[in-house]
Write a protein that binds this ligand. Sequence first.
Ligand code: SAM
Ligand code: SF4
Length: 343
Amino acid sequence: MRMANAIGTRPDTESGMRDSHGRQINYLRISVTDRCDLRCRYCMDEVMQFLPRREILTLEETAIIAERFIARGVRRIRLSGGEPLVRRDFADLARALGRHVKSGALDELTLTTNGTQLAHHADMLFDAGVRRINVSLDALDPAIFGHITRGGDIAKVLEGLRAAKEAGLKVKLNMVALRGVNEDQVLPILDYCEAHGHDLTLIETMPLGDVADDRADHFLPLIEAIAPIRARHDLIPLDERTGGPARYFALSGLKTKLGLITPLSNNFCADCNRMRLTCQGRIYMCLGHEDHIDLKAAFRTHGVAGIDTLLDQALAAKPLAHDFTVARGAAPATHRHMNVTGG
Ligand code: SAM
Ligand code: SF4
């Protein structure tokens, strides 16, 4: 299968894609695998049933579909998962999509990773054209990290972070704030970011998929999570956006910028600019809804021509907003976990 052909067959890059609510869709997040080497408590259950390999798009298919999104006006792509770096042929996809950054068809190719395999991939990512990555780190304390990830080894993540910096990648740490679990890690992680030249984004836990814990027990509104930061620093709102839902703040006396992602306490759907492609070849128009469009079958039957019609359907069907609530005993907003849709 050829990989370079999907761009340029439809001349609508200037107008881009708009959904039925008038929002411009220029951002694609791809979950390249639902598998992962960790089992973070807020993301997955301890025992997970992953998709059979035959159901997964090949990386060539993924690249071709992504190229159709680029042809339709997508300017930024983030690769996620599951853990993207556990996919064996991940480097081929990064290189295939990175070519579009180098040609100017894409503004940016980024990655979200748990960092455990980053030490082996950092140079490859930079060579492929990636310049910014998000690394998830919910605790610096090895015991708390091991508890949240159900056995993860923080030393590997720290090694990955060192390698990323050496490779020239700009790093932002993602930290999910969890009441009773990692509140006391907010300042240590902020200090770590300042010492290493990283930025930090705090995230509220979202009700996606059943997990062993009741999310209501650990939901921590970010207004509470940042209290220790506010006690030390002024938060100065920045206009800056990086294509995602985070609101950014400068912190007095620090170089580190703070991002806040508040899907529960301060809904940001009015500015949503994205679609999500899963490794199964489904488009999800919203993280918080079950509705999806199956691209894989159309693509395997009709090739690239089958994709455009379904992209138009996806745009028309994109909902206005998610309706997340985290209440004791409440069912999650979706059956699927975050690893399927890509965080
Ligand atoms: N495995 C990679 C990682 O952890 O960075 C990429 C995939 S992970 C699903 C992407 C992001 O989603 C991570 O920052 C993770 O902390 C976040 N995440 C996972 N489940 C979540 C949930 N239920 N609510 C909020 N954030 C979640
Ligand atoms: Fe894996 Fe990322 Fe989910 Fe943690 S948050 S279990 S690292 S996919």
